[in-house]
Design a protein around this ligand. Structure first.
Ligand code: ZN
Length: 156
């Protein structure tokens, strides 16, 4: 959009309420000053109108816009973090499932041993865990607890 300035525009707007004959003649022939005068009158009519009573407070609109923009920015920043969390949750579930399948025979024999020893009244079952299974279960349990604590803290 180009703007054509007229050297008389300022004088026309300054004396818009009472144009002398020379300015009135200029406004009749100058498109720029004619549009400036028309816009000036429209702006004065707009300024004279009062806002409806139920029109929202501009500060409230500004605050809402600021909050919306901040939330949008926070969502954009959190998107990669959310992706990493989902991948880590899926990885832990997959690790538990793989461990259960991989160690299924050992788990069954361990459950049988615990059950058979528990049947003996008054005896305390002795738990024999293979070292590998112990470390795998311990590691997965720690990771699961860490992810759970992180998920709970994130909701607050
Ligand atoms: Zn002009």
């Amino acid at each position: 959009m180009s703007r054509i300035d007229c050297p008389m525009e300022h004088a026309v707007l300054e004396h818009a309420t009472e144009l002398d004959p020379a300015l009135r003649q200029h406004v009749a022939t100058c498109e720029t000053c004619g549009q400036a005068l028309e816009t000036n009158e429209w702006m004065k009519r707009l300024a004279a109108t009062t806002a409806p009573a139920d029109f929202p407070d501009p500060a409230r609109i500004w605050l809402k816009a600021t909050l919306l923009r901040a939330r949008t920015t926070a969502d954009e920043v959190a998107r990669p973090i959310d992706l990493v969390q989902k991948v880590s949750y899926a990885s832990v579930v997959a690790a538990w499932a793989a461990t259960a399948v991989w160690q299924f025979p050992h788990l069954l024999s361990w459950i049988d041993r615990v059950r058979s020893q528990a049947l003996v009244v008054g005896s305390t079952p002795v738990i024999h865990f293979s070292p590998n299974l112990f470390w795998i279960f311990s590691g997965l349990t720690l990771v699961t607890i860490a992810l759970s604590v992180h998920a709970v803290l994130q909701e607050d």
